[in-house]
Design a binder for this molecule. Structure first.
Ligand code: CAA
Length: 250
């Protein structure tokens, strides 16, 4: 059986790196999608770092806010691997936090475009191939703040909640075709995105997490690889997998 191909958007970032590595450990051929503001050297340097740690992960440029760029990204993946995408992890995302009363249209639009429109652009390009093959995995990275809301994140909470609606609808459309579609909702994970929050606020948030700590990127990566596991995952679809240390229990 040929090696299945996984594409992780935002693959060179905090969560993305762990997701790529866990999927590689699980035996998949992994390509990290990256934007990095068009900084190709940064992506190449990331790739070299992975190589030093024994990971052979390829990189493909793609701006997930732009349909044409996404199509180019998929074409690059196909060129690099000689196959089509079996596993898509829609992980790329941004924050532009601020209270709603002060939020600009730009803050709203940038977050909705990067976090939600990206689901359409990337998934639309690979879903028919998965259906034709009779196997596929789509994993959409949302957030605990979609489930519970968060002060200062009207834009992000809205986009991330939209992701789960998308997951549930698409899961129904492809359920009989061997394709599962799930959401993973991380809590506060030790990444650069969380490090940007003022220390005092981080401390307040951490104090409210029953497990008593922020999560690790590896804990999210492992959940993604579980959702791709042949033995375990065929019957999990349309689900929202919470990995949040108990911060929100639904
Ligand atoms: N609930 C109610 N009121 C709150 C509050 C809360 N949780 N947090 C702050 N406030 C109040 C303060 O008490 C203060 O009130 P007063 O003006 O009456 O004193 C006021 O809000 C603070 O207002 P500021 O104008 O000073 O705040 P700001 O607009 O500069 O900053 C903020 C707001 C940037 C959103 C800041 O609160 C913040 O960083 N919050 C954390 C946001 C967050 O959790 N982001 C997650 C990023 S990581 C991520 O998104 C990954 C993931 O999926 C989990």
């Amino acid at each position: 059986m040929s090696q299945k191909i996984a594409l992780v958007t935002g693959g060179t970032g905090g969560l993305g790196t762990s997701i790529c590595r866990e999927l590689a450990d699980a035996g998949f051929r992994v390509v990290a999608g990256y934007n990095s503001g068009g900084n190709h050297d940064k992506a190449k340097a990331w790739q070299e770092e992975q190589k030093k740690d024994g990971y052979d992960i390829q990189v493909a440029y793609g701006d997930v806010t732009n349909a044409e760029s996404c199509a180019q990204c998929i074409a690059t993946v196909e060129e690099l691997t000689g196959g089509t995408v079996d596993i898509l992890v829609n992980n790329a995302g941004i924050t532009r936090d601020g209270q709603f009363k002060k939020m600009s249209w730009e803050q709203w639009d940038e977050v909705l475009t990067a976090n939600l429109d990206s689901m359409f652009h990337m998934t639309r390009l690979v879903i028919n191939g998965m259906v034709d093959k009779g196997w596929g995995r789509v994993i959409n990275i949302s957030s605990v703040n979609a489930q519970k809301g968060q002060f200062g994140q009207c834009n992000y909470s809205a986009a991330k909640a939209g992701i789960h609606g998308f997951t549930k609808a698409l899961a129904q459309e492809v359920a009989r075709k061997g394709v599962t579609v799930n959401t993973v909702s991380p809590g506060y994970i030790k990444t650069a995105m969380v490090a940007k929050i003022a220390q005092e606020i981080q401390d307040q948030i951490c104090a409210g997490i029953p497990v008593g700590r922020f999560g690790t990127p590896e804990e999210i990566g492992r959940m993604c690889s579980f959702l791709c596991d042949e033995q375990a995952s065929g019957y999990i679809t349309g689900a929202d997998m919470s990995v949040n240390g108990g911060l929100h229990m639904s």
